[in-house]
Ligand binder design. Structure first.
Ligand SMILES: NC(=O)c1ccc[n+]([C@@H]2O[C@H](COP(=O)([O-])OP(=O)(O)OC[C@H]3O[C@@H](n4cnc5c(N)ncnc54)[C@H](O)[C@@H]3O)[C@@H](O)[C@H]2O)c1
Length: 354
């Protein structure tokens, strides 16, 4: 066997064909696209036409092809757990699309499968590898913003979507669509220690019956708040990231980061608030604020984390885990924690479909 990992893609839609197959082509030393399968013959044909690889019509034949080492699952969300179980049972490594399942019970099943098939199952939390997310974590760690006490995460658009991703019975809705990406970011920012959660789900512009606007506010044990908004009904998109810290703030949209922070060399003199300021009797000081001038630094920088990363970098991490034993950066426990939040959000809202 060569060192390359031969991949079969299960489900050749937007994700399977446009992302999985296209991304595999970026890593020709590590991966080889071997074959694919879709129930729609035109999708099978597209894979063959674009990548000159065969496709299957029989699921068992696809799963039992001895040449295939890894099955990359990109079928519809409600089928993920069942398809994952079958691919693992066929002896394959599995790269499983988000949402890994539809609820925390599915997550627990997947954790049990990890016990049964150790080292075989990898969650496709590809947005963990987004450059802005990684760069912003470095900025927080640098300390220039001081204590970061609030983080707003937004993914906004306005779309009259009408596909299965808008229908509850098909596993649609923003919680299952963008939710796994941004909830994962939120949990990372809170170090998985969440003490409070508030949420609201709405249907605004999409044509199905599932929510297309979600708001989740999470409070971490540290006191940090993450305010998360994913919307297909927001006509004026807001910054993807807004951070407030005790010494500054940051916004990020696309690959532009705007920073405003107190000069790290500025050490304030010890001044205390005083109940007699300003004086009630016409006394000496009328100052409402500390008169020491704040030395602000304000700059625009391009997103560029110290280790360059893009969402397709997840394939590189996958290869390193399978071939070199380097721990995968997204553990299954972390990925399943996202499903736990999803369940809590559903409990905390009266939304049952429009
Ligand atoms: N990680 C990401 O960035 C990302 C991006 C897009 C979609 N996704 C996820 O990928 C999954 C697919 O989404 P999509 O947008 O590609 O949907 P899609 O409808 O475009 O593609 C799904 C494909 O699966 C096929 N299919 C369904 N059942 C099948 C079966 N039993 N056997 C073989 N093929 C089958 C369909 O015919 C279709 O071609 C969803 O779970 C979605 O959440 C992830």
């Amino acid at each position: 066997m060569t060192d390359k990992i031969k991949v079969g893609i299960w489900g050749l839609g937007r994700a399977g064909l446009n992302m999985h197959a296209a991304e595999i082509a970026i890593y020709p030393e590590q991966f080889e696209l071997h074959s694919g399968i879709d129930i729609d013959p035109t999708r099978n044909q597209s894979l063959t036409d674009t990548y000159q690889v065969p496709t299957y019509t029989d699921e068992d034949a696809f799963l039992n092809d001895p040449e295939v080492e890894l099955i990359s699952i990109a079928t519809r969300s409600p089928d993920h757990v069942a398809h994952c179980e079958r691919a693992l049972a066929a002896g394959k490594y599995v790269f499983l699309e988000k949402p890994l399942g539809l609820n925390y019970t599915d997550g627990q099943k997947l954790l049990a499968l990890c016990q049964q098939y150790p080292g075989k199952l990898y969650p496709r939390q590809n947005r963990r590898f987004e450059a802005p997310f990684n760069h912003i974590q470095e900025i927080i760690a640098s300390g220039i913003l001081g204590e970061v006490y609030e983080i707003k995460l937004c993914r906004h658009s306005f779309q009259r979507r009408s596909d299965w991703q808008t229908i509850i019975e098909c596993g649609g809705g923003q919680l299952n669509n963008w939710g796994p990406h941004i909830i994962d970011h939120a949990l990372q920012f809170l170090d998985y220690k969440v003490s409070e959660l508030w949420s609201d789900l709405k249907k605004v512009a999409a044509l199905g019956n599932a929510e297309d606007h979600i708001k989740i506010v999470l409070k971490g044990e540290s006191g940090r708040v993450v305010d998360l908004e994913i919307s297909g009904g927001a006509a004026l998109p807001q910054n993807e990231y807004t951070l407030f810290g005790s010494r500054g703030a940051l916004t990020c949209q696309g690959d532009n980061i705007h920073l405003k922070y107190i000069d790290p060399n500025q050490v304030f003199q010890k001044t205390e608030a005083h109940a007699g300021t300003p004086s009630l009797t016409g006394g000496v000081s009328n100052a409402y604020a500390d008169l020491e001038q704040i030395k602000w630094v304000e700059e625009d920088i391009k997103v560029a984390p110290s280790t360059p990363t893009e969402i397709h970098s997840i394939w590189s991490a996958l290869y390193q885990s399978i071939r070199e034993g380097i721990p995968f950066p997204v553990s299954m426990e972390q990925a399943v924690a996202v499903l736990k939040v999803t369940d809590e959000v559903k409990k905390g809202t009266a939304f049952t479909g429009a």
